[in-house]
Design a protein. Sequence first.
Length: 494
Amino acid sequence: MKHWRLAGTTAALALMAANAAVADVTPEDVWQNWQDFYTSSGSTVTTGSVERDGDTLVITDFKTSSDTDAGSSYSAVAEIRLRDNGDGSVGVEMSEDMTFGFTAPALEGDGSSGATGIAKMPGLTGTVTGSVDDMAYAYAMPSVEIAMEPVENGAAAGKITVLLSDGTSTYQLSGPADAKVLDGSFGAASIAMNFEITDPENPFVGSLNVADLAGQMSGSLSGMEEVDLADAFAKGFALDMGMTYGAMIYDFDVSDATTSGKLMGGSEGGSFQFALDAAKMMLAGGGKNVSATLSGADLPFPEVNVSYAESGFNVTMPLAKGDAPQDFSFLTKIVDLQISEEIWTMLDPTGAVPHDPATLVIDTTGTALLKADLMASADGATPDAELHSLNVNDLTARVAGAELTGTGAFTFDNTDLTTFGGMPAPTGKLELKLMGGNGLLDALVSMGMLSEDDAMGARMMIAMFANPGAGENELTSVLEFKDKGFFANGQQLQ
């Protein structure tokens, strides 16, 4: 977890340098709190001069830098002007250009990777209100244009440009310098990104455009100066952030030493959320009406099309040791997935199965007891934890005319690890319904994807665990663990 700090510090540098928004009611208080913030986050601040010019504090040659085992970063602004508005607030203006850079050890092998760049921010203005221990600020960015050059082992590796339009944000920073609490929001009418990566083995050129971005971010910044995430947690670090976006389109050219291709697509919108503190982690997101088209010389068709109506994921898990079981959840879903008819024709030339959209939903929740902090566990070590309950809220698999659905709930006896071969003994049941299963087996045999013997074995297995349902081509099953045994539809199998 060593690399987390570089990303967090770089984001803070960009935020603070763009806003110059840590403030009180006078320019001097603004400047002092800004310095305190950078120092508490592990950065060094230097200037050419800091002088009063009437109602304005003028800061020249403002520079920040950070250098740790996790990497290094810097930013520089020629001039920042903090003006006393005469009403208890401070106005913020700054030079149009900000230069920046960062490096980090390569994720694989030796060497380093990073980037240098310049951000142009014409017309950026900010207003700061509040007190030393409770600062609120708002800023407007008519446009921000970033030109960045990726660097691999000291050599330039292409360029990336970013154009943000009509950006706005409000933030509040409260508390002492070494324990700031952040609460804010941000938005932009659009963001456009262009990539040109000159990796000799895997060159990459593309563009990404996203409309209607909106988000929020809150948390405690205590411990930001720590390199290790566990140490940051010990000081109270916490973060909760989320973002929604509207229409998105992308167009990428990808290639390697032997072939080339193009990937195009987009969506009608989506969301992302991330929360992290010493006790738990949550990662969630999703998209709506997503489509992608892949073309290339090595494909058997002119192009491959994939689309789906909805996707989603949610992983919530405890991180801290507890005296009682804690909640966790896992959700993944993709709804109405469709692929090119050319692929269906290759797989099913006779039309033996319906080429309907496919759906997969796995929605589970439960509780687990952590006997030790996950962050304190050795890398690769099995977590010291016990599973206490598991709920299958929704299991849905729909493909080629067949549909499997199910729900269930289980509890686990962690004092009995012998009855089921090292697994804590479960109690509970899973109710399943299968529609069109036999028809799908017949179709797979006719397509040559399954042999008659394999299909017969599958039918025998299904017969052991399922009963005929109320409808035609419907099977139901109740799989139950009770009294240290396993039962299928009331018949004990173990």
